[in-house]
Design a protein around this ligand. Structure first.
Ligand code: DLL
Length: 432
């Protein structure tokens, strides 16, 4: 279902002129209210009024996560605190978090985009949304919650954790929609099975899953294990939270980025140059309707490409290809670049392997080493050593053949790799 027909199917030309008008307004506003942007634009020698076309945006400098840290906590806000009604923060692994503030209008816009995203995934009134994204500083819980209310669906504010209880509620309340990370959806399925329930027979029909990279093979695994359609949703706190882009249920192929609110560019992460349409690179986003903390050319570090071909659903907004990963999560193993999601794809094609794995990166004698730890089914684990050995050799050689990476493979007992209630930690980098 299309939530906002007028905007979601706007012809490309009209969409571009709307973007330009909104971009110009945003640039004027940040230039006069945020010293960081004024200085950055001055250094680049560009005044807001000189941005006369969408491609002029490329003359402006990027904004980095570090810029948010340097201006911690409120330095990039474009409105006085009296107008801010909500604060969120993204944790980050080191140092201070990055803080984002929303005005009342921002919350309205966000809820609208989340409602639009739910609708694109085939969710509507009458649905019961089991929201297991964490509530708190993380944007997932409240972002999905407000969107669900705006949509008019019934939302269960579960948050993460207490997994056994989640199963009971999901079954008793007849939840039809599950919102959580892809890894947590598998944990829920596993916990249900342990308790003697078949989650496949619950009322669930769709999962709106995101906040971490996942491969097409994991999607198949989830769809099969939970008997749902698994829809990929993308977002990040610096830009909004969930609801920046989502797959439509019709195509389930590429995530529509809501271009009436965001301008996307794809750049070469090394040189910062803009890449031609359709090339894979780092996603850069500019917000054009946000009040609290507008972002100009924010480098997301997420690697994807833009799909310009029209979609069968009728929406005119371009799509992002499923994220391959983050440029800062890319592993360089003896000179070969690889994303954890690529290793995941290979693993998931091997029979007997469970969708739970961890990658341990280390340095041995000045060379990078990679150990792939992956769970195998109970049957295989109790088999003879010879069979286990054969399986790990097979995995190692498939990784070598498909990704050209040499690694060690360690098969581990079912349920030994830590389960996550939010974002899964797939990589342990001991070099840091
Ligand atoms: O993860 C917002 C969100 C919540 C999105 C719920 C979707 C669902 P942050 O915690 O700021 O915000 O993390 C943002 O997570 O830059 C990506 O690297 C990663 N990410 C988010 N969604 C996806 C996805 C939320 N669908 C960071 N596929 C982003 C791959 C994703 N990576």
């Amino acid at each position: 279902m299309i939530w906002n027909d007028e905007f979601e199917t706007l012809p490309r030309e009209a969409l571009a002129s709307l973007q330009l008008k909104r971009l110009q307004n945003t640039l004027e506003r940040v230039y006069s209210t945020v010293p960081f942007y004024r200085q950055a634009f001055d250094r680049a020698g560009v005044k807001p009024e000189q941005v006369q076309s969408l491609s002029d945006l490329q003359r402006l400098p990027f904004t980095l996560k570090q810029d948010m840290r340097d201006n911690y906590p409120y330095g990039l806000f474009a409105v006085p605190m009296e107008e801010i009604v909500r604060l969120h923060a993204s944790s980050g692994t080191t140092g201070k978090p990055t803080v984002v503030g929303y005005t009342r209008q921002d919350i309205d816009m966000w809820s609208g985009l989340m409602a639009r995203s739910f609708a694109a995934a085939g969710v509507g009134r009458g649905d019961i949304i089991h929201n297991a994204y964490g509530y708190g500083l993380f944007t997932g819980g409240l972002g999905a919650h407000y969107g669900a209310e705006k949509l008019g669906a019934a939302v269960i504010p579960m948050s993460g954790g207490n997994t056994k209880k989640q199963i009971m509620i999901m079954q008793d309340f007849g939840s039809t929609v599950l919102t959580c990370t892809p890894s947590y959806s598998l944990y829920l399925a596993e916990t249900a099975a342990e308790g003697g329930f078949d989650i496949r027979n619950f009322d669930l029909k769709v999962g709106i899953l995101g906040a971490e990279p996942w491969s097409e093979s994991i999607r198949e695994e989830i769809e099969q294990k939970l008997n749902i359609k698994a829809i990929d949703i993308y977002g990040l706190s610096e830009i909004l939270g969930p609801g920046v882009a989502i797959e439509c249920i019709e195509a389930q192929n590429g995530l529509h980025l809501w271009e009436d609110h965001f301008i996307a560019e794809i750049i070469d992460p090394q040189t910062g140059e803009n890449l031609p349409d359709g090339d894979e690179g780092e996603l850069v986003i500019t917000t054009i309707t946000k009040e609290g903390i507008p972002m100009i050319r924010y480098r997301t570090r997420d690697i994807t490409r833009l799909i310009s071909e029209p979609c069968i659903c009728g929406r005119s907004h371009r799509r992002l290809q499923r994220m391959s990963g983050r440029s800062d999560d890319m592993l360089i193993i003896r000179g070969v670049n690889v994303f954890p999601s690529q290793i995941e794809s290979v693993l998931m094609q091997v029979e007997g392997v469970e969708p739970h794995y961890q990658l341990i990166v280390d340095r041995e004698e000045n060379l990078d080493s990679l150990e792939v730890q992956v769970e195998v089914t109970e049957d295989i684990f109790s088999d003879e050593v010879r069979i286990m050995q054969g399986l790990s050799d097979r995995i190692r050689s498939q990784i070598k053949d498909m990704l050209n990476i040499s690694c060690k493979v360690r098969l581990v007992e079912p349920k030994t790799i830590t389960r996550s209630e939010g974002k899964a930690q797939r990589v342990i980098d001991r070099r840091r």
